[in-house]
Design a protein. Structure first.
Length: 118
């Protein structure tokens, strides 16, 4: 399976799972966390990923959202700091109450947020 097909399948699965979460901004919206570095050493790679997620969210909203509910992106910048990835993930879950998080391009960032999501 190509990387592009895997990413598309994963995005569809995660967006589908978001409908079952009670973490939402209001009854007619679903918050979607975007956790990619927009500054620092990884920004050159991850900025395009953030743009892609926002494009997909916008496209889904034009199609009527997800089960009639609008997707609302919540974008944060962990600034290529692995410890900040965990802090931002915690804020997305606890403060912003997002239903799903897209991000963590590097294995170091994924290892950093793993305890938060567990």
């Amino acid at each position: 399976m190509s990387r592009r097909r895997w990413l598309a399948a994963t995005a569809g699965l995660v967006l589908g799972l978001a409908t079952f979460s009670n973490a939402k901004a209001a009854d007619d919206t679903i918050k979607v966390g975007v956790l990619h570095s927009l500054s620092g050493t990884m920004a050159i790679s991850e900025s395009a990923l953030k743009d892609t997620v926002l494009m997909l969210i916008d496209d889904q909203n034009r199609k009527g959202g997800l089960l009639g509910r609008k997707l609302v992106p919540v974008v944060v910048d962990p600034a290529s700091d692995w410890d900040l990835f965990a802090a931002e993930a915690r804020d997305l879950l606890a403060k912003e109450r997002v239903a799903v998080v897209f991000g963590c391009w590097t294995s170091a960032s994924r290892k950093s947020v793993l305890p938060v999501f567990e």
